[in-house]
Design a binder for this molecule. Structure first.
Ligand SMILES: [Zn+2]
Length: 454
C-alpha cells in the first residue's frame, strides 16, 4: 500500500460509496492534498477508523468537529497503532493461502484471537499464520495451538488495554484537569505518550522473560516428578494441584458504605498482600474476580501456609476487612493458563462455607498437609455443599499465633487498630468503634441493621 489508491480500489477495499469518501475528504478526515481522483495510502486506515467510530455511535461530523480542538485525531491513531509498514492488505482466505494454512484452521485461529471484526490482514498477520502452520508441523495439535492463541490474545489484550486506559486516566485527564486545552493539551499528551510508548515493548519482553524463567522452573519439577514413576495422566494437562480461594468477608456492605473508590483501594491493598504471601509460598495467583482471588499450589501444606500468612499480613493492616479462605486439593485440567474441573468447584464451595478469618480445608488437604507439625486441623462438620452430590468433610485450620487486637466497625466491617479508631460510641454497656464519622452516623440512624459481634 505504498502507492496511491484509485477511488475504485478504495471503494472495493472499504465497502464505502465514492460519495461518502468524497464527503469525508471535504470534512478534512481524509487527505486533501492529493490531486485528481487518487487517495493516499493511509486513507484506507482512516476510513476503517471512521467506520469503527460510526459503529460506536460517533459520526463523521463529530470527528470533524473534534479536529478543531484536538487536531488530527485519526492521523494520530493511524500513526500510533500501525507498527512497521508492512501493508499488503488481504482477506483471510487469501492470507491463509499465502501462509499455506488450511482455511478452516485459519478461521479458527482468527476467532481464537478475537479478531473476527477485523477483515483486513497484512503481512504480519500472514507471517503469524505461517507460524501457526509451523507449530502444527512440529506435532502440536490444533487444540493446543488454539489454546495458546487465546492466551496470547487475552493476556496481551489486557496489557494493551491497561496501557491505553491508564495513560488516558492518569496522564491525559490529569493534564486536562491542570487546565490544558486545545493544541496545548494535544502537544503535552503526545509528548508524554511518545516517551511512555517507547518503554512498552521492552517491558513486555522483560516481563515475559522473567515469567518464562519461573514457568521453566516449574516445568523442571514436572519432569522430575514424572521421571519418578508417577502414573501418567489419563487426559492431557491433568495435574495434581491445591487450590486456594480467598476473599474479603464483608465486601458488599463495605462497598455500599464506603463507595467504589475506597473499595477499589482496599482491593489494591488486598492484591498486594495476596501476591506477597503467594510468592513466599510457591504459589501463583491465577485470577482475580472482584474481591476474590484464586491461587494454585503444587503442595497442599504451602497452600494452607499461604492462607495463614495472608491472614497474618491482613491483620497487621489498620482499617482492613476480615478475610476468609477455602482450600481443596485434587486433580484438575490445565486449560489456557487456567484450571478446569470439579476440584476447582469444590475449592470455591469451601470458601463459600467459611466465616470471617476461617481457613477451611477438605479432607484431601488435611491428609496431604498433616505431617506439617505447626498445622492442626479441627473437624467442623460433614456438610452438603451447594452443587455437590456428596457431603464434604470440612476442617478448620487452627492457628498457633494470636492475631493483634482489632475492633470491628459494625457498619463497614473494617477491622480497626483499637488505638486509631476515628469514632467511638457507648452502646448498651459496650464501646463500639468506627472507621469514620460516616459509619458512626449510619449506625446511629439505623442501629437495628447492624450485627454487633462479641
Ligand atoms: Zn466504617
Amino acid at each position: 500500500m505504498d502507492s496511491r489508491l484509485t477511488t475504485d480500489e478504495l471503494v472495493a477495499r472499504t465497502g464505502e460509496t465514492a460519495d461518502r469518501l468524497l464527503r469525508w475528504r471535504e470534512l478534512g478526515l481524509l487527505a486533501r492534498d492529493v490531486e485528481g481522483t487518487d487517495w493516499r495510502a493511509d486513507d484506507f486506515d482512516r476510513v476503517r477508523l471512521i467506520q469503527y467510530a460510526e459503529r460506536r455511535g460517533v459520526v463523521a461530523d463529530e470527528i470533524a468537529a473534534a479536529r478543531e480542538t484536538q487536531g488530527d485525531v485519526l492521523g494520530r491513531y493511524v500513526t500510533m497503532s500501525r507498527g512497521p509498514r508492512t501493508r499488503r492488505i488481504t482477506a483471510l482466505d487469501s492470507a491463509a493461502r499465502r501462509a499455506d494454512l488450511d482455511q478452516r484452521v485459519a478461521l479458527r485461529v482468527w476467532s481464537a484471537a478475537g479478531r473476527r471484526d477485523e477483515p483486513d490482514l497484512d503481512d504480519d498477520d500472514v507471517a503469524t499464520l505461517r507460524n501457526v502452520r509451523s507449530a502444527l508441523a512440529t506435532g502440536l495439535p490444533e487444540e493446543a495451538v488454539l489454546q495458546l492463541v487465546r492466551v496470547y490474545a487475552d493476556a496481551l489484550g489486557r496489557v494493551a488495554e491497561a496501557e491505553c486506559r491508564l495513560f488516558h486516566y492518569y496522564v491525559h485527564d490529569r493534564l486536562k484537569s491542570e487546565g490544558l486545552a486545545g493544541a496545548e493539551l494535544v502537544a503535552a499528551t503526545d509528548a508524554a505518550a511518545e516517551r511512555l510508548f517507547a518503554m512498552i515493548e521492552p517491558a513486555i519482553v522483560y516481563f515475559h522473560r522473567k515469567a518464562w524463567a519461573r514457568a521453566l522452573r516449574d516445568d523442571m519439577i514436572l519432569h522430575l516428578v514424572d521421571e519418578g514413576g508417577a502414573a501418567p495422566s489419563s487426559a492431557p494437562g491433568e495435574e495434581q494441584i491445591s487450590i486456594l480461594f480467598v476473599d474479603l468477608a464483608q465486601f458488599t456492605p463495605l462497598t455500599e458504605v464506603m463507595g467504589d473508590a475506597t473499595a477499589a483501594e482496599v482491593v489494591d491493598r488486598f492484591s498486594d498482600i495476596v501476591r506477597d504471601a503467594a510468592s513466599r509460598h510457591e504459589g501463583r495467583v491465577l485470577k482475580q474476580i472482584g474481591d476474590a482471588f484464586m491461587l494454585v499450589f503444587r503442595d497442599a501444606a504451602e497452600a494452607v501456609a499461604c492462607a495463614l500468612e495472608t491472614d497474618r499480613l491482613a491483620a497487621l493492616e489498620h482499617e482492613f476487612p476480615a478475610l476468609r479462605f477455602g482450600v481443596h486439593s485434587g486433580r484438575a485440567l490445565y486449560r489456557e493458563g487456567d484450571y478446569v474441573g470439579a476440584s476447582v468447584n469444590v475449592a470455591a464451595r469451601v470458601l463459600d462455607a467459611a466465616e470471617r478469618h476461617q481457613v477451611l480445608v477438605t479432607a484431601a488437604v488435611r491428609d496431604q498437609a498433616s505431617d506439617v507439625s505447626e498445622l492442626t486441623f479441627r473437624l467442623l462438620e460433614v456438610r452438603a455443599l451447594k452443587g455437590m452430590a456428596e457431603p464434604v468433610e470440612l476442617y478448620e485450620v487452627q492457628r498457633s499465633t494470636e492475631r493483634p487486637a482489632r475492633a470491628v466497625d459494625p457498619v463497614c466491617g473494617m477491622q480497626l487498630d483499637v488505638g486509631r479508631a476515628r469514632a467511638r460510641l457507648r452502646w448498651h454497656d459496650r464501646e463500639l468503634m468506627f472507621c469514620s464519622d460516616n459509619c458512626l452516623r449510619q449506625f446511629v440512624a439505623t442501629p437495628e441493621r447492624y450485627r454487633i459481634g462479641s
